[in-house]
Write a protein of this length. Structure first.
Length: 136
């Protein structure tokens, strides 16, 4: 799974995110967590649009290389921070997986999935998206 480094800037109630390696790919949110969730969606959407246009995403530079970029260094000096955002591409096609999970945890998953009126698979996918920062 590819990860892109993002710059987070702003203040409480208004955070913005940009991807130095992907000009034009931005996100905003009232909290940093919201902004990061929106950034994961923006990253996924940009990857999809570029693929539809026959383009590939540029390679993600490691954070150490980004810190040497004068624009990134200036943003960091002004208070921005770096965050890693995963590129999670949804294919729209299910894949079967065989998982081993503690029986007690599986029972808790089943109870919570039923409470939310979800299947076990849908609930686990929801948890995975949240953990990966790829909420859509």
């Amino acid at each position: 799974m590819a990860r892109y480094t993002a710059l987070i800037d702003g203040k409480e109630g208004a955070y913005g995110i940009v991807f130095p390696d992907l000009p034009g790919c931005t996100a905003m949110g009232r909290t940093i967590e919201d902004a990061l969730d929106h950034a994961a969606v923006a990253l996924r959407d940009m990857a999809q649009w570029m693929a539809e246009d026959g383009e590939g995403l540029p390679s993600a530079r490691p954070p150490e290389a980004l810190r040497r970029d004068p624009d990134v260094a200036a943003a960091l000096a002004e208070g921005a921070t770096l965050a890693s955002v995963p590129l999670v591409r949804a294919t729209g096609r299910p894949a079967k997986a065989n998982l081993s999970i503690d029986a007690g945890i599986l029972a808790a998953i089943d109870e919570e999935a039923a409470r939310r009126k979800l299947t076990r698979s849908a609930f686990i996918e929801l948890l995975a998206k949240h953990a990966l920062g790829a909420m859509a």
